[in-house]
Design a protein around this ligand. Structure first.
Ligand code: ZN
Ligand code: ZN
Length: 263
């Protein structure tokens, strides 16, 4: 499996992806908003785009579908419940569905509500464990729930699905928000040395050559995975004096999500 991360350079800071089979050259495009850059990258590598997956229904993820399909006749895949919101879906996805690309790539659809209620992530079952997580999980952060989502479901998705994945899983999010998110981590947990070091490393990075994190690293630098951290809880109590002595993980997650909304 070969992954190409495509930096759109737009104001929403979207990342698009091509996932290709190295044997056949077939490729799947994830949220190809910048269809021009995606098509150029595929041409460059000699790949044929045969499928598109939209992680969810927001326009900055679906806006390239029509042009991409016109250029490639690719099949469009998205959450089965997104059919009313994404025109032209050829295959509706449910939890556990497998998407094959060529001979070597198998991606499992995870049903990951929270950012919206019809959001899928893709988990590779190839030699290279990787998660394409749209707007559910970002580097050092979590998706918002302002446009059709719910924080309770986002917590359940993190706890029951994302946090169960292996340390080595590479994380490929839908946007480049790492700098802001690390600053939020450090606002919540000022003694997080790993987050401090990483922020120094990525502050001036070229998003066209962005650091790809792993779930193991996210557990160290992403506040939304650090729900048991004594310093996260202590600092949270400054904002929410009613926080119980030993708050459960869900309470901490929801309060962090609430703070992040206005941060
Ligand atoms: Zn979104
Ligand atoms: Zn987005």
């Amino acid at each position: 499996m070969i992954v190409e991360q495509i930096w759109t350079g737009n104001s929403y800071r979207n990342f698009n992806y091509l996932i290709a089979c190295e044997e056949t050259g077939e490729a799947l495009a994830v949220d190809p908003l910048d269809h021009g850059k995606c098509l150029a990258a595929a041409k460059d590598r000699g790949w044929e785009i045969t499928q598109i997956v939209n992680t969810h229904e927001h326009g900055d993820h679906t806006g390239g579908n029509a042009a991409m399909i016109a250029a490639t006749s690719a099949q469009l895949l998205a959450h089965e419940n997104a059919k009313d919101r994404i025109p032209g879906i050829d295959r509706g996805l449910a939890a556990g569905d497998v998407i094959k690309v060529g001979k070597t790539v198998e991606l499992e659809a995870l049903d990951t509500p929270g950012h919206t209620m019809s959001h899928v992530c893709l988990l590779s079952h190839s030699d290279y464990p990787a998660l394409f997580c749209g707007d559910t999980l970002f580097n050092a952060g979590a998706g918002n729930c302002h446009n059709g989502g719910h924080p309770n479901e986002l917590y359940e998705t993190f706890a029951a699905q994302l946090d169960q994945l292996g340390e080595a899983t590479s994380i490929y999010p839908g946007h480049d928000y790492i700098t802001n998110n690390l600053e939020f981590t450090l606002d919540r947990e000022p003694d997080n040395q790993q987050a401090k070091r990483l922020l120094d490393d990525v502050r001036d990075q070229d998003p066209g050559q962005a650091l790809v994190t792993t779930l193991g690293l996210e557990r160290e630098i992403n506040t939304f995975f650090r729900l048991q951290s004594p310093s996260v809880i202590a600092r949270l109590r400054e904002a929410f004096p009613d926080l119980p002595d030993e708050p459960d993980a869900k309470t901490v997650f929801l309060r962090l999500r609430e703070l992040r909304n206005s941060w």
